[in-house]
Design a protein around this ligand. Structure first.
Ligand SMILES: Cc1cc2nc3c(=O)[nH]c(=O)nc-3n(C[C@H](O)[C@H](O)[C@H](O)COP(=O)(O)OP(=O)(O)OC[C@H]3O[C@@H](n4cnc5c(N)ncnc54)[C@H](O)[C@@H]3O)c2cc1C
Ligand code: SF4
Length: 484
């Protein structure tokens, strides 16, 4: 373990953010890393618990606690405390293909499960994870891991989000010939086109793609599989050409708000807005009419990560005001640990974007939009009770020139790829595939990530990509030596 008395002697001390006035001037990351001494001190706080709840239960079922990829957290805390950074990087990569993504944007269920979180002082696990992988890249320790033996088997992976990337990397390392088909111009999925640069800069994805190409993965961009758009790849051709196909296309159907006035201009799905800005930052062409928040009263409907990303982007574009409304009641400021630990608790959280100046309203339902000249101007709202029923007399009106719908995603897109392949869906409309074999109802077709589990987290996408690769390797070779 780190330092035996570390948790008694050393206070929790985490990364801070650059001041709001500075960070909203651009789209760069703004988290200030800790010094090496601080990192070693923080790692020294780890108690190497007999049952390290941080490390995760090993279950991929919803409701599992701790780290979804089962990062060996006490092990690398000890290595960092003792200054063995390269060994820490090796240990970290043994369970997580892309710790530089999770070290930046994971909500860190590991820290919620840490024993030291019982009194609100968990080990700064995410910060240490990020420092290990950043140090590894800075020192040139992250190099291609090229398979010694080729198997002669080939796999197509449809979708280059974190699930597809993790799946493809594992399969290439097992010696298979892996081809990734991605409908967009670049890899990364929601990491690239949803999550803004101020949370995660995109050169981090590019250097992983370079590593994967060196490991033998071939990327086909601008290659939608299914559908009838120009350049579309026929799914039947993939089935003929490859020994296995992995579906990792995400859950891209957004939840709509079908209330009076929805047809007005100025009301957009969050992803249409966020994707445009991510493309602007990276110099890619923006498709369609610009959706911009500058000088506007912006209302974001939905309180999750997507809503927060809309807030931070609107503020950087120069919005006049940003208000976020959420139908759920405000959660408690502090959880009841006796009831919640080591599970992920519902409690009030303020994201860095919300802290940049958004007004937040809870327990509010939108009843209708009103506009002038075909463009939205107002939202008619009402407060709701615990059963989401409108409370008479609590109606109010919000000024709105731009409304962003960030209420989550209902399922994968069915038209095109899924209907053409004819894969069975589960009752929620996701691709049906179990957690042991990842097989779908169609022979040699597998599914993982948001396309299988519904909208989730990057860390779960990585986890499922890895497990799916293991299942495909077993299917192709009869057995597998790929790690979970
Ligand atoms: C705005 C936003 C912010 C988020 N913030 C966070 C966060 O802070 N932390 C976190 O952990 N999670 C966050 N998430 C969730 C996280 O991004 C997703 O859970 C994760 O990206 C899912 O990975 P995936 O690989 O399954 O799918 P995706 O990332 O959706 O990738 C799917 C890929 O498949 C491609 N594709 C789809 N269909 C086809 C086809 N027919 N042919 C070819 N290509 C296809 C898509 O273009 C895309 O590149 C956020 C989500 C959103 C929308
Ligand atoms: S639960 Fe916290 S203190 Fe215990 S091993 Fe994990 S990181 Fe260390």
């Amino acid at each position: 373990m780190g330092k035996v008395t570390g948790f008694l002697e050393i206070e929790r001390h985490d990364r801070v953010y650059a001041p709001v006035t500075d960070r909203v001037k651009n789209y760069n990351e703004f988290v200030v890393p800790l010094s090496e001494k601080d990192l070693r001190d923080q790692a020294a706080r780890c108690m190497n618990c007999g049952i390290p709840y941080c490390h995760g239960t090993g279950s991929a079922q919803p409701g599992a606690t701790g780290c979804p990829v089962n990062n060996q957290i006490p092990d690398w805390n000890d290595l960092v405390y003792n200054g063995y950074w390269q060994e820490a990087a090796r240990t970290l990569h043994s369970t997580n293909n892309f710790p530089e993504f999770t070290g930046r944007i994971c909500p860190a269920p590991c820290e919620a499960s840490c024993t030291l979180n019982i009194d609100d002082n968990p080990v700064t696990i995410k910060t240490i994870e990020c420092a290990i992988v950043d140090t590894a890249f800075d020192n040139g320790w992250v190099t291609p891991e090229i398979a010694a033996v080729k198997t002669g088997q080939s796999v197509a992976v449809v979708g280059a989000g974190p699930a597809g990337l993790a799946c493809a990397q594992q399969l290439a390392r097992a010696g298979h010939d892996v081809h990734v088909y991605e409908k967009f111009a670049k890899a990364g999925g929601l990491l690239r086109y949803g999550i803004p640069d101020f949370k995660m800069e995109k050169h981090l994805i590019d250097r992983r793609v370079a590593q994967m190409e060196a490991e033998g993965v071939t990327f086909h961009y601008g290659a939608p599989v299914g559908g009838s758009t120009p350049g579309a790849v026929d799914p039947a051709e993939l089935l003929k050409q490859y020994d296995a196909v992995a579906l990792t296309g995400g859950a891209e159907s957004p939840r709509d708000l079908p209330i009076p006035g929805r047809e007005l201009g100025g009301i957009h799905f969050a992803m249409d807005f966020l994707t445009q800005q991510n493309r602007r930052v990276s110099g890619e062409a923006v498709n369609g009419t610009d959706i911009l928040a500058a000088g506007k009263n912006v209302v974001v409907i939905g309180g999750g990560d997507t809503g927060s990303d809309c807030i931070g982007t609107s503020i950087r574009q120069g919005a006049k005001s940003v208000t976020q409304i959420e139908i759920m009641p405000a959660p408690p400021e502090r959880e009841n640990k006796a009831l919640t630990w080591p599970n992920w608790p519902m409690k009030m959280r303020t994201s860095s974007s919300q802290a940049e100046g958004a007004a937040r309203e809870f327990a509010v339902m939108t009843q209708s939009f009103e506009g002038e000249g075909g463009v939205v101007k107002k939202l008619n709202c009402v407060r709701v009770d615990a059963k989401f029923q409108p409370i008479p007399g609590t109606e109010f009106v919000l000024e709105a020139d731009l409304v962003l719908l960030a209420m989550g995603f209902v399922s994968p897109v069915k038209e095109g790829l899924l209907t053409q392949l004819g894969v069975a869906l589960d009752p929620r409309g996701n691709v049906a595939a179990d957690l042991s074999h990842f097989t779908t109802s169609v022979d040699k077709v597998f599914a993982a990530g948001d396309m299988r589990r519904g909208q989730s987290l990057v860390v779960w996408a990585i986890r499922e990509g890895r497990l799916c690769a293991q299942a495909i390797d077993r299917f192709l070779m009869g057995s597998t030596t790929l790690p979970r």
